[in-house]
Structure formats: structure tokens, C-alpha cells
Write a protein that binds this ligand. Sequence first.
Ligand code: TYM
Length: 332
Amino acid sequence: RPRILSGMQPTSDSLHLGNYLGALTSWVALQDDYDALYTVVDLHALTVGPDPALLRERTRRTAAQYLAAGVDPARSLLFVQSHVPEHTQLAWVLSCLTGFGEASRMTQFKDKSARMGAEAANVGLFTYPVLMAADILLYDAALVPVGEDQRQHLELTRDLAQRVNARFGHTFVVPDAHIVRETAKIFDLQEPTSKMSKSASTPTGLVELLDDPKVVAKRIRSAVTDAEREIRFDREAKPGVSNLLTIHSALSGRTVAELEEHFAGQGYGDLKKELADVVVGFLEPFQAKVRGYLDDPAQLDAVLAEGAERARAIAGATVDRVYDRIGLLPAR
Ligand code: TYM
């Protein structure tokens, strides 16, 4: 079976609705047909200088949310990136094959470093996409399910794979991004032209999966909508309403066309009220599952240990192959 890999950063106590609808639901859907590896990318999280105790806690919480969403460790490998040292080994090799200008063109780096101020940004933030390429290429992943904001990083990963293959002979599978058009970008509830984000959302524009459902319902009921009254999907003219319809459709499983018909003649208040119910109906059982996993950290750690062991077997073979291709003298 072809392989897939994806990961999320443990930079917050909770994943948000963008992470869930943009990526996590695809992870769960794809694990039937693919040999899947899902990782909590704690090394990537170091780029924002987290508190050590908090990072450890958030790493477990992120894994618990993968499980609660339906990632099934009987079918998919679930592991913590830093438990597999090959990620940093391959990242170094790839960083020596990445142009400085090429890395400088990554828009996520440009945005983040601009937000922090150039002096505050660290070198890890700059080489972040190279580590991400290593995550993917280590496992010969053919497909990488992510949201739209990762597209450019996937392009870099493909370029690096092709570069290595051209220069040293076939070494890597060239991966494709798997981006679901409808949910590729979930927007901030208060600012529906910018993406929902852990670091850049407005305080009330973000829906975190572990937020109090009452708070979430209130945020949805006070989401920004648009001029006129009609409930119809139109990304350009009606970004607020379109975002709400997208979220409703993804969680309820009803098409946007069905929802437009269902809400015909109703007002924005009706849409928001019903959507609040849909979201809360999803969050309550989700949060109960997360609590269940967090109540048994030993069991959670056992799942992660098993995942890491199996991931290391694959990753170790890749690093051996790469080291050999590029001319590093084998240790004996
Ligand atoms: P991260 O942790 O920022 O986000 C995790 C996933 O959520 C998606 N996403 C969204 N999708 C739709 N709408 C949104 N508003 C939204 N916000 C976030 C992201 O696209 C991502 O799929 N660099 C990655 C982590 C990573 C990775 C990897 C991913 C490291 N190594 C290897 C895939 C393969 C990141 O920062 O994601």
C-alpha cells in the first residue's frame, strides 16, 4: 500500500477547527487505503521557544486529539518526531542541498519572522521547511494530507526529492500534497478573509477543539457575516457566510447546495444558531474521548513508543541509503 505521512505542531493546548477540517479528517479517511504515519512534530515546535513543561504536556495532548479524531493505532503509526532521531539526521543532509534563496522565499517564514521581528526569529524557523521535507522523505510518503498553507512547503519537498534523485540516483519517492479543496482553508470567524490560526487569529475568531462548548457556541453566534441577507456560498462576496457554510457542511456531512436550500428564506441568525449546535454536537463527544486518553498517560505513551519503534525501522533504512548515496563513509 502507498504510504502517507503528516504532522502537526504541539504549539497550543488544543488543535483548532482549521487543523481538524483542513487535515485531521483526511488523515482519518485515508488510513483505510494507505499505510499511514502521523507524527506530533515537537522539534518544529521548538522554533517558537516553548516552555519545557508545556511542550511535553502539549505533545501528549496533541497525540490524544489525533486518537480522539479517529486515528487508529492498529492501522496507522502514531509517533513523536523527536523519538526518531533520523529526522534531524536527514534534515542536515537536505539543508546542505537547499539554496539560501530558496529557503528565503518560503512565505510562512516571511510572515512569521515579520510578525516576530527579524531579530527575534531564530535559524530553526528559517530551516523549518527542510526538517518538514525530511519528515516526509524519510518514509517514502507518496501523499501528504495538509491544508492549503502547507502547499509551498510541499513544493520545496518535491524539489529536494527530485534534486537528490537527479544528482545521486533514485533515492526518494516524490510526494504529492493531498489538499481537500472545500476545507483547505478555514477562516477566522471575526476576520473571514484571513485563515484561522493558533498564532494569528483574533481572540474570538478561533474555535479550539478543547474550548468550553458554551464559549464556542457564543463565538459562532457572534461570527461576522456579510451585508445583504441571503444565505448563499460566495467566497468573494460573502466570505463570512461561506466560511460558516463550509464548517457546517464538513461537520454535518450535508453538501453546501443542500444547506443553501435548507436555509432558504432564513436569516444569518438561524444559520449561526444551527451551526453552533452542530459544532457543539461534535465537540462534546470529542472532548470526552480526549479526556479518556489523557487520563491514561501510560497507555498513551505506550502507543507512542510502539509507533516510534516501527517508524525508526523505516527511517533508519532511509538514512543508511542516503548516507551511502551521498558518500559518507559507513561506520563499522
Ligand atoms: P500546523 O501545525 O500549523 O497545522 C497542522 C495542519 O493543519 C492545517 N491547517 C489548516 N487547514 C485549513 N484551514 C486552516 N485555517 C488551517 N490551519 C492549519 C495545516 O495545513 C496542517 O496540515 N509544517 C506543518 C507541520 C509539519 C508537517 C510535516 C505536515 C511538520 N512536518 C510533514 C505534513 C508533513 C505545520 O506547521 O502544520
